[in-house]
Design a protein around this ligand. Structure first.
Ligand code: CA
Length: 646
């Protein structure tokens, strides 16, 4: 058994001896060692057996397919349980340990929330004074409404600022609704407020978070930015013990290695550190009672169809049967996390996972520990299921026995009348990121089973758009609209489908002429048909748009008129952050030449790579096929080599 640590004593000062003894037992418990006696902790008035809790969690992780988890439970504003499970790295079979850091995702925001409220207590920040009076924001200045935006609006996600600036034009931030009027989740809003606080304190975000949170609360494993391991062995702050993120099918995803702090979403930490922060918001040691009361004041309704969820200054507020819960969810690529905490009974829990389906554990973790009674545990999103569910069972079957077994199980469930309305929607959505053919098959099954349910049509519309079949996309989206699909902006997708069909129709109606003695540029975005790619604005010279989001197996087809047979110089304008990109230049099924794409160290750092190919005169359909990915392409050009006319 581990000796109680110094910071643990401080943290629990004032607790009774009996509680301390229980906590010593809990903290000394290690999942890898066989426990001889059953151990317990208390949360929300319930006695929790640690052995059975751990068994249930391990089983749940196996059923959902979650590699790693870090989990902390708070009771009476003390951390009463803190444990880690599973793997941080599946391919190397490396286990999560007490020091393994996970991406906090949007739970990073709680650090800024704490500082903002502390500054209100200190009279340095007024929640209702327009932020521009502290610090102007060039990306918002084009819109006069920006002068209405306050810290209260930013903290409760109703400033109207879009979530991420790079969605459209990265030089400006769109204001999607009038400040203060509507719930619009916004990471950019938080990043702006973090800058405002830098101005108020004349300190960097890193400095003030260290001074006000990390040092006084003794957060031992919280990192604001990713630093590569230093060559200097005495250099502190190199988080090498981090969890990798995984897709729903446990494909390894690229780790976000942010070199600069991103206050809204890029902190890496352990669950215990985050739990300490939450305790410090509510234990009366750091913030006044007025602050904690204000955190519970609803500012804006989160969902107009559900009067039980609001947003307050820093957290979501859920009105449950006998309680008000605050929450913060987090979602980065490969990581999902969530906090739930009752400000009435001062208990709650927080978990961090390294899997896209991580949120599915939330309901069961509540049932096993705090046991809050609340409708928020019924489902999440518009068809996502918490553990246990049929979707989770079917995904497990797929992981263990493949798609044939999964479809057999689906057939049996349908036959027995046990298939829920959203199971195949949820499953179809998962497979849209793995295997479009399976996804389409699942969703078509749901259409046949529940023809009046709009979600399947919507999801099919999105998948057909992704694979470039805009006719089928339009058909499905229009059906979703007819069935009154409300969860997403169906009208907008229908419009973009129509625009795309119109644009491609004009491109496909002619062959692009190559001029014999000149380099002829063909813009990558001027494809006739495609699979899997997306077009985005480019920062390259004169290109307007480039093709991006290219995965292996994606392609674009171009109708090109070749003036004469011979050897042509072929150049590609490309950018990539990986050295895995590769283009095959194909006509029909023939690969004419294969070109490797170099790592240009940035999605918008462009370079030109050159090769040659021999072409036959006449109208040709050229396919650029991604035999390796990812990479971006802005244009390619062809020129007949002067001495090589056949
Ligand atoms: Ca272009």
């Amino acid at each position: 058994m581990q000796i109680i640590s110094k910071d643990f004593k401080t943290e629990n000062a004032g607790g009774g001896l009996a509680q301390l003894i229980i906590m010593v037992v809990v903290i000394g418990w290690s999942f890898n060692l066989a426990a001889q006696d059953s151990k317990y902790f208390t949360v929300n008035g319930r006695n929790i057996n640690v052995d059975s809790l751990n068994q249930e969690i391990v089983k749940m992780m196996d059923d959902i397919g979650i590699p790693g988890l870090t989990f902390a439970v708070i009771d009476n504003n003390r951390i009463v349980f803190n444990e880690v499970y599973g793997y941080k790295n599946l391919s190397k079979k490396k286990k999560v340990n007490n020091n393994t850091i996970f991406e906090a995702c949007s739970l990073s925001k709680s650090f800024l929330v704490f500082v903002a409220h502390q500054l209100v207590d200190q009279g340095k920040l007024d929640l209702d004074r327009p932020l521009y009076q502290y610090l102007k924001n060039k990306r918002l200045e084009y819109d006069p409404r920006y002068k209405l935006i306050t810290a209260r609006m930013v903290l409760s996600h109703c400033s109207g600022i879009e979530n991420w600036g790079y969605h459209n034009n990265s030089n400006i931030l769109e204001i999607l609704s009038n400040p203060g009027e509507k719930y619009v989740y916004s990471g950019e809003g938080y990043n702006y407020l973090a800058k405002v606080i830098e101005t108020i304190l004349n300190q960097s975000f890193e400095e003030y978070i260290n001074e006000r949170i990390i040092n006084p609360m003794k957060l031992r494993r919280t990192y604001l930015k990713y630093k590569p391991k230093s060559l200097n062995p005495f250099h502190k702050g190199s988080p090498v013990n981090y969890a990798l993120g995984y897709s729903s099918f446990n494909d390894e995803l690229n780790k976000w290695k942010n070199r600069n702090p991103v206050p809204s979403s890029a902190i890496n930490l352990i669950a215990k550190d985050y739990a300490k922060l939450i305790v410090s918001i509510f234990n009366g040691k750091y913030l006044s009672i007025r602050r904690t009361e204000e955190i519970l004041d609803p500012v804006i309704i989160a969902n107009e169809n559900d009067s039980s969820e609001f947003r307050g200054v820093g957290f979501a507020l859920h009105y449950c049967d006998n309680d008000t819960l605050i929450s913060q969810g987090g979602s980065n690529s490969g990581f999902k996390a969530r906090l739930l905490y009752s400000a009435t009974s001062n208990c709650g829990f927080v978990f961090f996972t390294n899997n896209e389906r991580g949120w599915a554990v939330c309901s069961k973790l509540n049932q096993l520990t705090t046991n809050f009674s609340c409708s928020l545990f019924d489902n999440y999103g518009y068809y996502w299921s918490y553990y246990p569910s049929l979707t989770i069972d079917l995904l497990k079957t797929y992981r263990e026995s493949g798609s044939y077994s999964m479809f057999h199980e689906i057939k049996m469930l349908i036959k027995e009348g046990r298939m829920n309305i959203n199971t195949l929607n949820e499953l179809g959505d998962e497979f849209s990121r793995k295997d479009e053919k399976i996804s389409i098959k699942l969703l078509e099954k749901n259409k046949a089973l529940y023809p009046q349910s709009p979600s399947a049509y919507w999801l099919l519309g999105k998948i057909y758009m992704k694979i470039g079949d805009y006719n089928l996309a339009l058909k499905n989206l229009e059906k979703a609209k007819e069935l009154n699909f409300k969860e997403r902006d169906v009208e907008k997708e229908i419009e973009s489908c129509k625009d795309e069909l119109h644009k491609r129709h004009s491109i496909c109606s002619r062959y692009i002429r190559i001029i014999e003695d000149k380099l002829s540029v063909i813009q990558a975005e001027d494809y006739c048909t495609m699979h899997g790619i997306q077009v985005e604005n480019t920062l390259d010279n004169g290109g307007q748009q480039n093709v991006g989001w290219i995965d292996m197996g994606d392609w674009m087809d171009y109708k090109v008129n070749i003036p004469s047979s011979g050897t042509y110089t072929l150049e590609y304008r490309v950018a990539s952050i990986s050295g895995n990109g590769q283009i095959q230049f194909k006509i029909e099924d023939n690969i004419l030449t294969t070109t490797n794409i170099p790592n240009t160290q940035g999605w918008q750092n462009w370079t030109t790579v050159s090769t040659t190919t021999s072409l036959t005169a006449g109208n040709q359909i050229i396919r650029l096929y991604a035999s390796g990915a990812p990479f971006n392409i802005n244009w390619f050009r062809l020129c007949l080599s002067p001495n090589n006319v056949e």
